[in-house]
Design a protein around this ligand. Structure first.
Ligand code: GTP
Ligand code: MG
Length: 402
């Protein structure tokens, strides 16, 4: 993406998400002469001073617009001599008007990632990007720590160990402790994928609805109801989870159902965790038992326990008895899932890699160091730390979405 700052009055970026919201924020970086030439014609502060006369850091209320009688109530904060943020009403209209006014004054609108990349390298840009995708407080808090320097400090320390020929064991141990958080780190911006499976009619759709607290999937008393994969995102204990309801598994000659079953198997292969449901109100079948054996890491749910128990000791001892009708067992399912997905929670201030680029460069550094090749390890760590943010698009395209 080319920046034409030289020929423009500056750049402007919408920092808040597009769409409805209480407040929207537009950040503007102006060429030095443009604040008085353009911005002072658009913004009239309630205290009567021009923007250039407002001290840096002051929050100023006023009106925005080319016409002095009409316009938008805004709050402007000067962040630095020529940089400021405009806080206006959320939603599309106010944002569009302000960006149009700025465009007419020759400001170029850029994506927020591009504007924030001026404040650091690719490492910072990746952390900020992942933070913007966090869907829970818990994940946002950890990503915020990485974005505010925890990860850079730890990597800088590691580079120092490698470059200064300190003990390879110490550097390897530090690399291992960073890499131990790889999966966790990638999931801070991508939910853990949990797939529900079981024979037709065991209550998969009912359980997903009960776990979500609303009717996401169709429930019906005939087997073979769910065909497509039905997903919904939620959070358990502050960790984002994508639940997937799938077609009941059975032998079938019906083409549409068979396609759904093939999809269900694909989902099961790639899942982070699986819930295998059996209907304990009915005697066990060979298919139930086969599923339990095939997916030995899965959490087994003895479902419809409100209707009685025909399984007795045939139900694995670790299985959770649950009912979508009474709610029994639902809390335990959440707890067990989270124990499996997030067995360890990092202490505050722990450095965590958050993108696949970071993880693969750490792996590269580890392998080089283990083979006694310090120069290559140092090179990988330097790339991790020093890659410029301007290459963000290229790297994103190369790594796909994490
Ligand atoms: N008593 C009782 N009935 C349940 C429970 N869960 C589901 N049911 C009933 O069992 C039937 C099947 O439920 P579904 O949730 O559609 O089952 P499914 O596994 O999604 O079925 P397919 O999509 O066909 O594979 C419905 O009539 C539900 O009302 C439960 O915990 N207790
Ligand atoms: Mg179903």
């Amino acid at each position: 993406m080319t920046r034409c700052v030289e020929r423009s009055a500056g750049i402007a970026a919408l920092l808040t998400p597009v769409g409805r919201g209480a407040v929207a924020t537009i950040r503007v970086e102006a060429e030095s002469s443009e604040v008085d030439q353009s911005i002072d014609k658009l913004f009239r502060a309630a205290n009567g001073q021009t923007l250039l006369r407002q001290p840096v850091g002051r929050i100023v209320f006023g009106r925005w617009g080319r016409d002095s009688t009409f316009g938008e109530d805004v709050v402007v904060c000067r962040l630095a001599t020529n940089n400021f943020e405009i806080h206006c009403h959320g939603g599309d209209a106010a944002v569009r008007c302000i960006l149009e006014d700025l465009a007419q004054a020759n400001f170029v609108t850029v994506p927020w990632q591009q504007q924030l990349s001026d404040f650091g390298g690719l490492l910072e840009s990746e952390c900020a990007d992942r933070l913007s995708r966090a869907t829970t407080w818990r994940t946002a808090e950890i990503l915020q720590e990485q974005a505010s320097g925890v990860l850079r400090r730890s990597l800088g320390n590691l580079l120092g160990l490698v470059a200064n020929h300190s003990s390879a064991e110490v550097a390897l141990a530090q690399l291992d402790s960073l890499l131990a958080w790889s999966r966790f780190g990638l999931h801070l911006s991508v939910p853990w994928h949990v797939v529900l499976t079981g024979r037709p009619n065991v209550g998969k759709s009912s359980l997903i609805n009960a776990m979500l607290g609303y009717q996401r999937a169709i429930v019906f008393d005939q087997p073979g109801t769910t065909r497509d994969v039905v997903t919904a995102e939620t959070a358990f204990h502050g960790w984002p989870v994508l639940l997937a309801d799938t077609a009941g598994l059975r032998e079938t000659s019906e083409e549409l159902e068979a396609a759904g079953i093939a999809m269900a198997r694909g989902q099961l292969e790639s899942a982070d965790a699986r819930l295998v449901l059996v209907d304990v109100s009915q005697p066990p079948t060979g298919e139930d038992e086969q599923l339990i054996v095939n997916w030995h890491n899965a959490i087994v749910i003895g479902h419809k326990c409100d209707l009685g128990d025909c399984w007795g000791t045939k139900l694995p001892v670790t299985a959770i008895k649950a009912s979508s009708v009474t709610g029994e067992g639902l809390d335990e399912i959440q707890q067990r899932l989270i124990k499996q997905l997030v067995p360890n929670v990092p202490a505050a201030g722990t450095a965590i890699p958050v993108s696949s680029r970071q993880v693969s460069l750490l792996c590269e550094a580890r392998q080089a160091l283990a083979e006694g090749n310090r120069d290559s390890a140092e090179d990988a760590l330097k790339r991790l730390l020093d890659e410029p943010a301007a290459d963000a698009d290229r790297v994103r395209a190369a790594e796909g979405s994490d």
